[in-house]
Design a protein around this ligand. Structure first.
Ligand SMILES: CC(O)(O)NCCCCN
Ligand SMILES: [Zn+2]
Length: 578
């Protein structure tokens, strides 16, 4: 038997079994490689914890129940079991095995489903069900063993990972971002330093970002707004070599601790928005999550996005609520001296932080009264599982890049006009396009106007949102450009929820590869990945791991279509388009 204070009753072994069973049942586990776990060594644990703490924990397997109870009293909200030292070493070891696999390139990304969690544990203290700080050790390990210079830790657990904050608050090489239920310090761990004005210390000033939720009942729109207006602009400027996610799912609906209303499918988008950083090197490590139904669904949503499958947008996204708008403004003001990617707050609120009208039904009071079991939500929508990753139609003589599937050039109509008619009408008539977002570089060029014109005259249900943005001259003002994408284009695009994204890159636009890749990757989160790209390239055309589905390319003045269906089309859809 184990001694545990009432608060610990929710941290049960079933959390892992239901999550793993869901991954197996949905077929996701079969698409993953499983990585062997191991116990962490003392040396690895000492990357974060003190010798005296480690020595003390080493004694727990031999303690009597009374001794265990006494040992536990010195910490808050944590239980000790004769076997917990072994489990805690496995949790760290599993995390480090995942970091090894990602940093060596054996896998692109992954998730470590571990217990006990880690983000509350400190140098010489256990806390909040946490014994060793899995993610903090993972960050130090990546820096020491692989020379990672900058590590981003995103903590979407509903509790503040104070252990991680304490570990890196003076370290400018680790950017720690956490949102957490706070309610003006009235929620556990009730720390003054969990508020937005804890920005880090000395050299680490600016590298600790706390976003307090001062109300419960936060929804998908609130989570996305914080990503677009707080985390992502800074994360892109920080330019990490590795992204670690303290993936706690107690921030999902139905959780007894979080009492939030964000649905499990939001984690598909939070994961997607982080996957364009650090060259895709992302390690998610389980923290909290105590409603076994929403936990399992959230884990599956996260893993399916890690596998590259697109996700439909959550229903009726709007702007953030008033309380979140305040938190966003406070944390941006606290950080504006440290980061250049900062739109004047007024412009930000006017343009894209439209406050959601008062929420109905999920009012926190309503939320508080219902017991966690009574809260219900719809199953996450079924997602496409693409048989074809990337297929390209190439000019004769151009080799097909590895991992791409060649489709015969017969499918690639030669002239743009017929192509746009062919492709765009196919999209529209296939009913998979109800609205189109066209983001143009430089001036709206005749070709695209004509293509869009064709589209409009072909189908009455098309609404075209044309955003013309001047491409950055070269890559000098990339930060500004990314800020416009993150702070304006994406929030509007997510709320607009188009059926197709049309992306245009014309000659001389001066957009450098990395920006183009980021833009094409980020926009993949819209329209379930249905993206049409117009771009001019010189020389043979091929795309590798292209995140987009269609490339119309100018070559010697006649347009060629390179069709790249990547992670979005069922085999049937693919054939219909061709
Ligand atoms: C890992 C965690 O953040 O979910 N732990 C929460 C502990 C709550 C104690 N009242
Ligand atoms: Zn938590």
């Amino acid at each position: 038997s184990r001694f545990c204070s009432p608060a610990c009753k929710i941290e049960v072994p079933e959390r892992l079994t239901v999550s793993h069973e869901a991954l197996v049942r949905t077929g996701l586990a079969a698409r993953c490689v499983s990585i062997a776990v191991r116990e962490a060594t003392d040396e690895e644990i000492l990357l974060v914890h003190s010798e005296e703490y480690l020595e003390a924990v080493k004694k727990t397997p031999y303690m009597t129940l009374e001794d265990l109870m006494a040992f536990t009293q010195q910490y808050g909200d944590v239980y000790f079991h004769p076997n917990i030292y072994h489990c805690a070493k496995l949790a760290v070891g599993a995390t480090l095995q995942l970091v090894d696999s990602v940093m060596t390139g054996r896998v692109r990304n992954g998730i470590a489903l571990v217990r006990p969690p880690g983000h509350h544990s400190q140098k010489s203290a256990a806390s909040g069900f946490c014994i060793f700080n899995n993610v903090a050790i993972g960050a130090r390990y990546a820096m020491q063993k692989y020379g990672a210079k900058r590590v981003l830790i995103v903590d979407w657990d509903v509790h503040h990972g104070q252990g991680v904050q304490y570990c890196f608050e003076d370290d400018p090489n680790v950017l720690y971002f956490s949102w957490h239920r706070y309610e003006h310090q009235n929620f556990w761990p009730n720390l003054r330093e969990s508020d937005y004005d804890s920005v880090g210390k000395e050299k680490g000033a600016g590298f600790n970002i706390n976003v307090p939720w001062n109300k419960v009942g936060m929804e998908n729109s609130d989570y996305l707004a914080v990503f677009f207006h707080v985390l992502l602009p800074v994360a892109y400027e920080f330019c990490p070599d590795l992204v670690l996610v303290s993936a706690g799912f107690d921030s999902a609906i139905g959780d007894p601790e979080g009492k939030m209303c964000a649905t499990p499918d939001i984690f598909a988008h939070l994961t997607h928005l982080l996957m364009n950083l650090a060259g895709g090197k992302l390690c998610a490590v389980l923290e909290g999550g105590y409603n076994l139904t929403s936990l399992a669904q959230s884990v599956c949503q996260t893993v399916q996005t890690l596998l590259g499958d697109p996700a439909p947008l959550p229903a009726d996204l709007g702007g953030p609520c008033e309380s979140v708008l305040k938190s966003i403004h406070c944390v941006r003001s606290a950080h504006k001296q440290y980061w250049s990617s900062d739109l004047p707050a007024s412009e930000l609120s006017a343009k894209s932080l439209k406050v959601a009208e008062q929420k109905t039904g999920n009012e926190p009071e309503a939320q508080e009264q219902r017991s966690p079991e009574e809260i219900v939500w719809p199953e996450p929508p079924k997602r496409l599982c693409p048989p074809v990753r990337t297929a390209v139609a190439l000019p004769e003589g151009v080799a097909c890049p590895d991992a791409c599937k060649r489709c015969s050039s017969a499918e690639a109509p030669s002239s743009l006009y017929s192509l746009s008619l062919h492709v765009l009408c196919e999209c529209v008539c296939a009913g998979s396009v109800c609205r189109i977002t066209v983001s143009l570089y430089i001036l709206v060029c005749v070709i695209v106007c004509r293509a869009v014109h064709v589209l409009i005259c072909v189908c009455v249900c098309v609404c075209v949102c044309v955003c013309v943005c001047l491409a950055p001259q070269g890559c000098s003002d990339v930060a500004g450009f990314m800020q416009a994408v993150l702070g304006l284009l994406l929030p509007l695009g997510y709320e607009y929820n188009p059926g197709l994204v049309l992306l245009v890159r014309m000659p001389g636009s001066g957009v450098c590869e990395s920006v183009w890749q980021q833009l094409a990757g980020l926009l993949q989160g819209l329209a379930q990945g249905h993206t049409l790209v117009l771009m001019q390239v010189r020389g043979p055309v091929w795309v590798k791991y292209s995140p987009v589905n269609w490339w119309m390319c100018i070559q010697d003045q006649n347009w060629q279509l390179c069709k790249c269906t990547n992670s979005c089309y069922q085999q049937a859809e693919y054939i219909r388009y061709s």
